[in-house]
Design a protein around this ligand. Sequence first.
Ligand SMILES: O=C(O)CCC(=O)C(=O)O
Ligand SMILES: [Fe+2]
Length: 331
Amino acid sequence: MSTAAAPVRTLDAHMVGELRQAAEKLLAEFGTSATSPQLLVRVREVASGFSRPLRDECRPVDTADGLFVIRGLDVDDEEVCPTPSSWATAGDSGAVYDIALLLLATVMGNPIAWEGQQDGRFVHNIVPSPGHEAEQTGASSSVLLSPHTEDAFHPGRAHLLMLGCVRNPDNIATTAASIRKTRLTDTDTEVLKKPVVPILPDDAYEAAQGYTDEAAPAVPALYAAEDGMTLRFDPAYTPLDDADETYRSAYGRLSDELARVSVAVSLSPGEILVVDNDMVVHGRVPFQARYDGTDRWLKRASVRVPGRRTRPAAESTEHGYGQAALEAHAS
Ligand SMILES: O=C(O)CCC(=O)C(=O)O
Ligand SMILES: [Fe+2]
């Protein structure tokens, strides 16, 4: 894994002012970042009035890195409250960043939430939580969060994942690996384009894990979209033992290639990492949680981009394990 420079889009003072003032105004109007239909309507109105330069910085990923970092917003560590000890107690902590993220997400596409995750909020808090150290979820710390497509089990998953940094005192890196940078043989690619095994719901979705109405659909790991290869990959929740040796070894080579091209992105407060969830798998290096209010703290938003054709048509028949993605804005 290398710490290669990620493409950076720097917002100038004018753009930052625009974004910050809009977020502060909406927060003053609603008093919370908990998303009501009214707040979402106002977010859309305000986002549609953003200047062209600010909107341009929200353009789609345009390199094979499959990601970019938005820089410029600042977070005053003295002003922002202590890092909450779990998403469940976070409430409106850092609410102005929730709204700023939601505004940018709305310029990029349609933000989504999940009823079964973090109380249906559109912006999640990613903080290390006592008792969850070794999980494969955002609440873990002591283990490597292995590279994954966000919400890989679901056909309604995000096209873009946004991670906004509130605090990261020990420079703990998010990892990111783009399928467009890997080298695989044609034979392996063909094998991995076949639907062989399912991807099961992850530990952040308890209700979905209990879903038994229909069988889990096998899904392809790779898909050749019009503009290049895309992937859907989450080894921690893929029952590979059910696949034959040919598939397992091709899958292993894909994992190795993703590890080879993986980059480490250590976010500083105010920076926002935007990852194309069809091109890039992301994870996080292990770290020691502090649990003293100064822990690493990220805000996460998920975005669907209407009209994108980066996924196989067969996904539209998947049941999604009874989970539904809620879209912020009627499309
Ligand atoms: O903590 C990180 O850097 C990434 C966590 C993650 O996978 C996520 O929030 O989806
Ligand atoms: Fe993730």
